[in-house]
Design a protein around this ligand. Structure first.
Ligand code: SF4
Length: 321
Protein backbone atom coordinates (compact mmCIF):
# COMPACT_ATOMS: atom_id res chain seq x y z
CA UNK A 1 0.00 0.00 0.00
CA UNK A 2 1.29 3.45 -0.93
CA UNK A 3 1.82 5.42 2.32
CA UNK A 4 0.28 8.46 0.60
CA UNK A 5 -2.81 6.47 -0.33
CA UNK A 6 -5.62 8.80 0.73
CA UNK A 7 -8.37 8.03 -1.80
CA UNK A 8 -11.05 10.71 -1.43
CA UNK A 9 -13.59 8.26 -2.88
CA UNK A 10 -13.25 5.44 -0.36
CA UNK A 11 -12.90 1.86 -1.50
CA UNK A 12 -14.45 2.53 -4.93
CA UNK A 13 -11.66 5.01 -5.72
CA UNK A 14 -13.74 6.93 -8.23
CA UNK A 15 -16.53 9.51 -8.02
CA UNK A 16 -19.47 7.17 -8.54
CA UNK A 17 -22.78 8.45 -9.90
CA UNK A 18 -24.82 6.04 -7.75
CA UNK A 19 -23.31 7.36 -4.53
CA UNK A 20 -23.89 10.95 -5.67
CA UNK A 21 -27.56 10.50 -6.62
CA UNK A 22 -28.38 8.64 -3.40
CA UNK A 23 -27.07 11.59 -1.46
CA UNK A 24 -28.61 14.22 -3.73
CA UNK A 25 -32.08 12.71 -4.16
CA UNK A 26 -32.30 10.75 -0.90
CA UNK A 27 -32.31 7.29 -2.47
CA UNK A 28 -31.81 5.17 -5.53
CA UNK A 29 -32.64 6.68 -8.96
CA UNK A 30 -33.46 4.20 -11.72
CA UNK A 31 -33.79 4.86 -15.45
CA UNK A 32 -36.74 3.45 -17.40
CA UNK A 33 -35.73 3.06 -21.04
CA UNK A 34 -38.04 4.45 -23.72
CA UNK A 35 -37.98 3.84 -27.47
CA UNK A 36 -39.77 6.88 -28.92
CA UNK A 37 -39.22 6.08 -32.60
CA UNK A 38 -36.55 8.67 -33.35
CA UNK A 39 -33.90 8.07 -35.97
CA UNK A 40 -30.50 9.66 -36.32
CA UNK A 41 -28.98 12.12 -38.83
CA UNK A 42 -26.18 9.65 -39.39
CA UNK A 43 -28.69 7.14 -40.71
CA UNK A 44 -31.23 9.18 -42.66
CA UNK A 45 -28.66 10.95 -44.84
CA UNK A 46 -28.79 14.43 -43.35
CA UNK A 47 -25.34 13.99 -41.74
CA UNK A 48 -24.40 10.61 -43.18
CA UNK A 49 -25.66 7.17 -44.07
CA UNK A 50 -25.03 3.75 -42.60
CA UNK A 51 -24.52 5.03 -39.06
CA UNK A 52 -21.47 4.81 -36.85
CA UNK A 53 -19.58 1.62 -37.64
CA UNK A 54 -19.95 0.30 -34.06
CA UNK A 55 -23.69 1.00 -33.77
CA UNK A 56 -26.46 -1.50 -33.46
CA UNK A 57 -29.01 -0.02 -31.08
CA UNK A 58 -30.30 -3.50 -30.20
CA UNK A 59 -27.03 -3.93 -28.30
CA UNK A 60 -28.09 -1.22 -25.86
CA UNK A 61 -31.84 -1.81 -25.59
CA UNK A 62 -33.30 -3.61 -22.57
CA UNK A 63 -35.40 -6.70 -23.17
CA UNK A 64 -38.58 -5.27 -21.61
CA UNK A 65 -38.94 -2.63 -24.36
CA UNK A 66 -41.78 -3.14 -26.83
CA UNK A 67 -41.36 -0.56 -29.56
CA UNK A 68 -45.00 -0.48 -30.70
CA UNK A 69 -46.24 0.62 -27.30
CA UNK A 70 -46.95 4.22 -26.33
CA UNK A 71 -44.48 6.01 -24.07
CA UNK A 72 -46.86 5.59 -21.12
CA UNK A 73 -47.21 1.87 -21.80
CA UNK A 74 -43.43 1.50 -22.07
CA UNK A 75 -42.98 3.28 -18.74
CA UNK A 76 -45.56 1.00 -17.10
CA UNK A 77 -43.82 -2.10 -18.51
CA UNK A 78 -40.40 -0.80 -17.44
CA UNK A 79 -41.64 0.01 -13.93
CA UNK A 80 -43.21 -3.42 -13.60
CA UNK A 81 -39.77 -4.95 -14.30
CA UNK A 82 -37.65 -2.46 -12.35
CA UNK A 83 -39.80 -2.32 -9.23
CA UNK A 84 -39.39 -6.09 -8.84
CA UNK A 85 -35.67 -5.98 -9.61
CA UNK A 86 -34.78 -2.89 -7.55
CA UNK A 87 -37.28 -2.60 -4.70
CA UNK A 88 -36.86 0.58 -2.66
CA UNK A 89 -36.01 2.86 -5.61
CA UNK A 90 -36.91 6.46 -4.75
CA UNK A 91 -37.07 8.06 -8.20
CA UNK A 92 -37.59 6.87 -11.74
CA UNK A 93 -36.53 8.88 -14.73
CA UNK A 94 -37.59 8.17 -18.30
CA UNK A 95 -34.56 7.36 -20.42
CA UNK A 96 -34.86 8.28 -24.11
CA UNK A 97 -31.97 6.05 -25.06
CA UNK A 98 -32.01 4.66 -28.59
CA UNK A 99 -30.84 6.76 -31.54
CA UNK A 100 -30.86 10.60 -31.33
CA UNK A 101 -33.67 11.70 -29.06
CA UNK A 102 -33.50 15.42 -29.79
CA UNK A 103 -33.61 14.87 -33.54
CA UNK A 104 -37.05 16.08 -34.57
CA UNK A 105 -39.41 19.01 -34.64
CA UNK A 106 -39.65 20.74 -31.28
CA UNK A 107 -43.41 20.03 -31.16
CA UNK A 108 -42.78 16.30 -31.45
CA UNK A 109 -40.03 16.40 -28.83
CA UNK A 110 -42.33 18.26 -26.44
CA UNK A 111 -45.12 15.72 -26.94
CA UNK A 112 -42.77 12.79 -26.20
CA UNK A 113 -41.05 14.32 -23.18
CA UNK A 114 -44.26 15.70 -21.70
CA UNK A 115 -46.06 12.36 -22.04
CA UNK A 116 -43.24 10.79 -20.01
CA UNK A 117 -43.24 13.56 -17.42
CA UNK A 118 -47.01 13.28 -17.02
CA UNK A 119 -46.58 9.74 -15.66
CA UNK A 120 -47.10 9.92 -11.88
CA UNK A 121 -44.01 7.80 -11.10
CA UNK A 122 -41.59 9.76 -13.33
CA UNK A 123 -39.42 12.47 -11.76
CA UNK A 124 -37.40 13.49 -14.80
CA UNK A 125 -35.78 12.63 -18.10
CA UNK A 126 -32.46 11.37 -19.35
CA UNK A 127 -32.11 12.18 -23.05
CA UNK A 128 -29.46 10.57 -25.24
CA UNK A 129 -28.42 12.37 -28.39
CA UNK A 130 -25.62 13.46 -30.75
CA UNK A 131 -23.86 16.81 -30.41
CA UNK A 132 -25.16 18.00 -33.79
CA UNK A 133 -28.81 17.55 -32.73
CA UNK A 134 -28.97 20.29 -30.09
CA UNK A 135 -30.24 23.49 -31.70
CA UNK A 136 -30.85 26.52 -29.49
CA UNK A 137 -34.68 26.16 -29.24
CA UNK A 138 -34.30 22.57 -27.98
CA UNK A 139 -31.68 23.56 -25.41
CA UNK A 140 -33.83 26.47 -24.24
CA UNK A 141 -36.84 24.16 -23.85
CA UNK A 142 -34.79 21.57 -21.90
CA UNK A 143 -33.41 24.31 -19.65
CA UNK A 144 -37.01 25.34 -18.92
CA UNK A 145 -37.95 21.74 -18.04
CA UNK A 146 -34.88 21.48 -15.80
CA UNK A 147 -36.38 24.08 -13.49
CA UNK A 148 -39.07 21.58 -12.42
CA UNK A 149 -37.64 18.12 -13.19
CA UNK A 150 -34.42 16.13 -13.15
CA UNK A 151 -33.12 16.60 -16.70
CA UNK A 152 -29.96 14.81 -17.73
CA UNK A 153 -28.62 15.38 -21.23
CA UNK A 154 -26.48 12.49 -22.47
CA UNK A 155 -24.24 13.45 -25.40
CA UNK A 156 -22.42 10.86 -27.51
CA UNK A 157 -18.90 12.22 -27.90
CA UNK A 158 -17.34 8.74 -28.30
CA UNK A 159 -13.82 10.00 -29.07
CA UNK A 160 -11.90 13.28 -28.75
CA UNK A 161 -9.82 12.37 -31.81
CA UNK A 162 -11.09 13.63 -35.19
CA UNK A 163 -9.28 10.95 -37.22
CA UNK A 164 -10.96 8.23 -35.13
CA UNK A 165 -14.37 9.90 -35.42
CA UNK A 166 -13.96 10.01 -39.21
CA UNK A 167 -12.82 6.38 -39.37
CA UNK A 168 -15.94 5.16 -37.51
CA UNK A 169 -18.20 7.29 -39.75
CA UNK A 170 -19.36 9.41 -36.86
CA UNK A 171 -20.02 12.36 -39.20
CA UNK A 172 -19.18 15.04 -36.65
CA UNK A 173 -15.91 16.18 -35.17
CA UNK A 174 -14.78 16.83 -31.61
CA UNK A 175 -15.34 20.57 -32.04
CA UNK A 176 -19.06 19.83 -32.50
CA UNK A 177 -19.07 18.07 -29.11
CA UNK A 178 -17.26 20.95 -27.41
CA UNK A 179 -19.75 23.41 -28.91
CA UNK A 180 -22.82 21.39 -27.84
CA UNK A 181 -21.50 20.82 -24.31
CA UNK A 182 -20.67 24.49 -23.82
CA UNK A 183 -24.04 25.72 -25.16
CA UNK A 184 -25.97 23.23 -23.01
CA UNK A 185 -23.95 23.98 -19.88
CA UNK A 186 -24.41 27.72 -20.41
CA UNK A 187 -28.14 27.06 -19.90
CA UNK A 188 -27.55 25.21 -16.66
CA UNK A 189 -28.14 21.74 -18.11
CA UNK A 190 -26.31 18.80 -16.55
CA UNK A 191 -24.40 16.85 -19.16
CA UNK A 192 -23.27 13.26 -19.24
CA UNK A 193 -20.77 12.41 -21.96
CA UNK A 194 -20.49 8.96 -23.57
CA UNK A 195 -17.01 7.83 -24.58
CA UNK A 196 -16.06 4.62 -26.36
CA UNK A 197 -12.55 3.49 -25.45
CA UNK A 198 -10.60 1.30 -27.84
CA UNK A 199 -11.99 2.41 -31.21
CA UNK A 200 -9.75 1.55 -34.18
CA UNK A 201 -7.08 4.19 -34.73
CA UNK A 202 -7.15 5.31 -31.11
CA UNK A 203 -3.85 5.07 -29.24
CA UNK A 204 -3.27 4.83 -25.51
CA UNK A 205 -1.96 8.41 -25.64
CA UNK A 206 -4.96 9.79 -27.55
CA UNK A 207 -7.46 8.13 -25.20
CA UNK A 208 -5.67 9.43 -22.12
CA UNK A 209 -5.45 12.89 -23.70
CA UNK A 210 -9.23 12.56 -24.11
CA UNK A 211 -9.59 12.31 -20.31
CA UNK A 212 -7.85 15.66 -20.03
CA UNK A 213 -9.93 17.25 -22.80
CA UNK A 214 -13.22 16.11 -21.29
CA UNK A 215 -12.07 17.29 -17.86
CA UNK A 216 -11.61 20.80 -19.25
CA UNK A 217 -15.28 20.96 -20.30
CA UNK A 218 -18.38 21.72 -18.17
CA UNK A 219 -19.35 18.07 -17.95
CA UNK A 220 -21.20 16.62 -14.94
CA UNK A 221 -20.68 12.92 -15.63
CA UNK A 222 -19.08 10.42 -18.00
CA UNK A 223 -20.24 7.02 -19.19
CA UNK A 224 -17.31 4.90 -20.34
CA UNK A 225 -17.84 2.05 -22.79
CA UNK A 226 -15.14 -0.39 -23.82
CA UNK A 227 -15.23 -1.35 -27.51
CA UNK A 228 -17.25 -4.52 -28.10
CA UNK A 229 -18.18 -5.75 -31.53
CA UNK A 230 -21.92 -6.14 -31.94
CA UNK A 231 -23.31 -8.47 -34.58
CA UNK A 232 -24.71 -6.70 -37.61
CA UNK A 233 -22.42 -3.69 -37.39
CA UNK A 234 -19.97 -2.48 -40.01
CA UNK A 235 -17.16 -2.74 -37.47
CA UNK A 236 -17.96 -6.39 -36.76
CA UNK A 237 -17.84 -7.11 -40.49
CA UNK A 238 -14.54 -5.21 -40.79
CA UNK A 239 -13.08 -7.32 -37.95
CA UNK A 240 -14.24 -10.55 -39.61
CA UNK A 241 -12.59 -9.51 -42.89
CA UNK A 242 -9.45 -8.02 -41.38
CA UNK A 243 -9.01 -8.62 -37.62
CA UNK A 244 -5.71 -6.71 -37.48
CA UNK A 245 -7.51 -3.51 -38.46
CA UNK A 246 -9.73 -3.73 -35.34
CA UNK A 247 -7.49 -4.53 -32.37
CA UNK A 248 -9.47 -5.60 -29.31
CA UNK A 249 -8.53 -5.28 -25.66
CA UNK A 250 -8.22 -8.39 -23.54
CA UNK A 251 -9.61 -8.19 -20.02
CA UNK A 252 -6.41 -7.16 -18.15
CA UNK A 253 -5.60 -4.51 -20.81
CA UNK A 254 -9.13 -3.15 -20.59
CA UNK A 255 -9.01 -2.88 -16.79
CA UNK A 256 -5.61 -1.18 -17.00
CA UNK A 257 -6.82 1.29 -19.65
CA UNK A 258 -9.95 2.19 -17.69
CA UNK A 259 -7.85 2.74 -14.53
CA UNK A 260 -5.36 4.88 -16.50
CA UNK A 261 -8.24 6.95 -17.90
CA UNK A 262 -9.90 7.41 -14.51
CA UNK A 263 -6.63 8.56 -12.95
CA UNK A 264 -6.54 11.40 -15.51
CA UNK A 265 -10.20 12.39 -15.30
CA UNK A 266 -11.07 15.40 -13.17
CA UNK A 267 -12.18 14.29 -9.70
CA UNK A 268 -15.15 16.68 -10.05
CA UNK A 269 -16.70 14.55 -12.83
CA UNK A 270 -19.02 11.72 -11.85
CA UNK A 271 -18.57 8.28 -13.36
CA UNK A 272 -21.99 7.07 -14.31
CA UNK A 273 -20.59 3.93 -15.96
CA UNK A 274 -17.10 2.46 -16.04
CA UNK A 275 -17.87 -0.04 -18.78
CA UNK A 276 -20.73 -1.58 -20.67
CA UNK A 277 -22.39 -4.92 -21.32
CA UNK A 278 -23.72 -6.18 -24.62
CA UNK A 279 -26.14 -9.13 -24.53
CA UNK A 280 -24.08 -12.30 -25.25
CA UNK A 281 -26.40 -13.20 -28.14
CA UNK A 282 -25.42 -9.95 -29.91
CA UNK A 283 -21.75 -9.80 -29.01
CA UNK A 284 -19.24 -11.10 -31.51
CA UNK A 285 -15.97 -10.16 -29.75
CA UNK A 286 -13.98 -9.87 -27.56
CA UNK A 287 -14.68 -13.24 -26.01
CA UNK A 288 -14.20 -12.25 -22.38
CA UNK A 289 -17.54 -11.58 -20.81
CA UNK A 290 -17.44 -9.75 -17.48
CA UNK A 291 -20.70 -8.39 -16.16
CA UNK A 292 -20.50 -4.71 -15.31
CA UNK A 293 -20.99 -5.72 -11.68
CA UNK A 294 -17.72 -7.68 -11.99
CA UNK A 295 -15.78 -5.17 -14.10
CA UNK A 296 -16.32 -2.18 -11.79
CA UNK A 297 -14.78 -3.88 -8.70
CA UNK A 298 -11.79 -4.97 -10.81
CA UNK A 299 -11.16 -1.35 -11.76
CA UNK A 300 -11.37 -0.33 -8.09
CA UNK A 301 -8.98 -3.17 -7.21
CA UNK A 302 -6.51 -2.04 -9.90
CA UNK A 303 -6.62 1.53 -8.58
CA UNK A 304 -6.11 0.19 -5.03
CA UNK A 305 -3.17 -1.93 -6.20
CA UNK A 306 -1.58 1.26 -7.58
CA UNK A 307 -2.50 3.32 -4.52
CA UNK A 308 -4.29 5.72 -6.90
CA UNK A 309 -7.78 7.14 -7.48
CA UNK A 310 -9.81 9.26 -9.90
CA UNK A 311 -8.02 12.47 -10.77
CA UNK A 312 -4.70 11.69 -9.12
CA UNK A 313 -2.99 12.34 -12.49
CA UNK A 314 -5.40 15.05 -13.64
CA UNK A 315 -3.84 18.27 -14.87
CA UNK A 316 -5.95 21.37 -15.46
CA UNK A 317 -5.89 22.63 -19.05
CA UNK A 318 -7.76 25.14 -21.18
CA UNK A 319 -10.98 24.01 -22.98
CA UNK A 320 -10.45 22.80 -26.53
CA UNK A 321 -6.76 21.86 -26.01
S1 SF4 B 1 -24.31 5.55 -32.44
FE1 SF4 B 1 -25.88 7.14 -32.32
S2 SF4 B 1 -25.21 8.62 -33.86
FE2 SF4 B 1 -24.17 6.72 -34.35
S3 SF4 B 1 -25.51 5.70 -35.84
FE3 SF4 B 1 -26.02 4.92 -33.79
S4 SF4 B 1 -27.73 6.20 -33.17
FE4 SF4 B 1 -26.73 7.29 -34.84
Amino acid sequence: MNPEDISPFGARRYHAWNDHVKERYGGRVQKVSIEAGFTCPNRDGSAGTGGCTFCNNDGFTPGYLERRQSITQQIDAGLDFLQRRYPGTQHYIAYFQSYSNTYGELGRLRACYEEALAHPKISGLAIGTRPDCLPTPVLDYLAQLAQDYIIELEIGVESCNDAVLAAVNRCHDFAASVDAIERAAARGLEITVHLMLGLPGESQESMLAGAQKISALPVRAVKLHQLQLVRGTALARQWQRDPISVPLLDEPACVKLLADFIERLSPAILLQRVGSEVPPSLKLAPQWNLRLSELAPRISAELARRGSWQGCRYKKMAPGC
